[in-house]
Design a binder for this molecule. Structure first.
Ligand code: NDP
Length: 447
């Protein structure tokens, strides 16, 4: 049977075994449809059912998270942790707190994470977790009690050699602090390596906070350099205004680009003079308010309620908010307005139709699993520092991050060429990541 036919069969089986998990189906399809030529070249992967095994998580945990709000009312959320693949190292991947979280979202993110982590070249497996808890508008005390309850079940299943969670949407340094505090209290162990994204004053790595955003910009810069272009002087838009977006904006500005737009789930900020980053940080990181507040303070900027960020003319677009936020219509608009590069800071932010538009327009398109791998790579550097009880400088860690992103770009670029698809980073990223995991799985036998 030819590789592509085999892949179609595997995909049909994935849909049958995982009904109702649309995001997971989408993520699997996007990877599988690029692997046909790899199976043709490596019949041993088909013989040992490597793809079938990769599509089935090694373990999936669903648990009750009861907690009390400030009025004393009992609330119940649902927690998840999916250990997808540990061929290359302990499970590694973030935790998301957002009302949209369900098993299909956690599995899509965990599946992506396998290949992303492999791309970093560092010893980490793929996982993801979260809860359908909405942190918006919750007090600090409520967030703390929720994190403590979440960890009270999760701690049984994690550990520095088993599973190492980190942050994601709705989980930043504050939440990691509460989670770590509860783990330490229950286990009677100061096990720094059990969580990453910690505050640098108690075991975290410098640059981890910045890493996903910085890394996305480095990757985008590499894509542009490969085409004889650079970021200097380019007009950019960045969606979201959370951790990834803020530090993508910071690095873009450092490299001489002008960022004229960002957003949250309620609306869009358009600031032709360039986003005032200290103001944005103050509002989002310190005051934790909505982005609409920005236009009330910054003269010359505009807030557009329910606005469409991708309608703002730009040369570089970085989707850094959430999955499927950039559809076919938005992609067409970007291309028509002269956009030449898209680097995904978020996971799977572009719909399949949007990806097709970018690819047929021939613009540089960096998929999330390659472009945003800097976050997890720096988490792996945090694990290295924890294991050796060391703490590196900002400069040293950022240099390592930059080199890792350059290497990821080079590996994807060269592999795409090897498989007759020059410039196609989707094909390059999927094949590089898949082959690394497949080789390890073959070595371990049927497990
Ligand atoms: P944050 O919670 O810090 O920020 C998320 C931002 O995206 C907020 O501005 C939020 O707006 C917006 N957003 C979230 N959900 C939606 C939605 N449904 N529609 C529109 N906007 C939305 O998360 P991060 O910055 O950490 O994560 C952003 C993306 O990057 C996610 O896809 C995540 O998986 C990915 N990522 C994160 C990494 C990390 O290191 N943090 C690593 C690799 C990938 P609002 O406040 O209104 O909800």
């Amino acid at each position: 049977m030819k590789g592509v036919e085999r892949i179609e069969e595997i995909y049909r089986e994935v849909i049958r075994r995982n009904p109702g998990e649309a995001e997971f189906h989408q993520a699997v399809k996007e990877v599988l449809e690029t692997l046909g030529p790899v199976l043709d070249k490596h019949p041993e992967y088909a013989e040992h059912k490597i793809i079938e095994r990769i599509c089935e998580p090694e373990r999936q945990l669903i648990f009750r998270v009861p907690w009390q709000d400030d009025r004393g009312e009992v609330q119940i959320a649902r927690g998840f942790r999916v250990g997808f693949n540990s061929a290359l190292g302990p499970y590694k991947g973030g935790i998301r707190f957002h009302p949209s979280v369900y098993l299909g979202i956690v599995k899509f993110l965990g599946f992506e994470q396998i290949f992303k982590n492999a791309l970093t070249g560092l010893p980490i497996g793929g996982a993801k977790g979260g809860a359908d808890f909405d942190p918006k508008g919750r007090s600090d005390g409520e967030i703390m009690r929720f994190c403590q309850s979440f960890m009270t079940t999760l701690y049984h299943y994690i550990g520095e050699f088993t599973d190492v969670p980190a942050g994601d949407i709705g989980v930043g340094a504050r939440e990691i602090g509460y989670l770590f505090g509860q783990y330490k209290r229950i286990t009677n162990r100061y096990e720094s390596g059990v969580l990453t994204g910690k505050n640098p004053s108690w075991g975290g790595a410098l640059v981890r906070r910045e890493a996903t955003g910085f890394g996305t910009v480095y990757f985008t810069q590499e894509m542009l350099l490969a085409r004889g272009e650079g970021l200097e002087g380019k007009t950019c838009v960045v969606s979201g205004s959370g951790n990834v977006a803020i530090y993508a904006i910071e690095k873009l500005q450092q490299l001489g680009a002008r960022v004229v737009g960002c957003s949250d789930s309620n609306g869009v900020i358009y600031d032709e003079g360039g986003i005032d980053l200290p103001l944005l940080k103050q509002l989002k990181e310190v005051e934790r308010c909505r982005i609409s507040r920005y236009s009330e303070i910054r003269s010359g900027s505009r807030y557009i309620e329910r606005g469409r960020l991708w309608d703002i003319p730009c040369q570089v677009a970085l989707p850094c908010a959430t999955q499927n936020e950039l559809d076919e219509t938005a992609a067409r608009k970007l291309v028509a307005n002269g956009c030449i590069a898209v680097g995904e800071g978020a996971n799977m932010p572009t719909t399949p139709g949007g990806v097709r538009v970018f690819q047929s327009a021939g613009i540089a398109y960096g998929p999330g699993k390659a472009a945003n791998a800097g976050g997890v790579a720096t988490s792996a550097l945090e694990m290295q520092q924890n294991a050796s009880r060391d703490a590196w400088t900002f400069e040293h860690t950022e240099k390592r991050l930059h080199e890792i992103m350059q290497n990821i770009h080079r590996d994807c670029f060269e592999t795409a060429r090897e498989f007759n698809s020059p410039g196609n980073y989707v094909i390059g990223a999927n094949i590089v990541g898949f082959k690394r995991v497949a080789e390890a799985m073959l070595a371990f036998g049927v497990i």
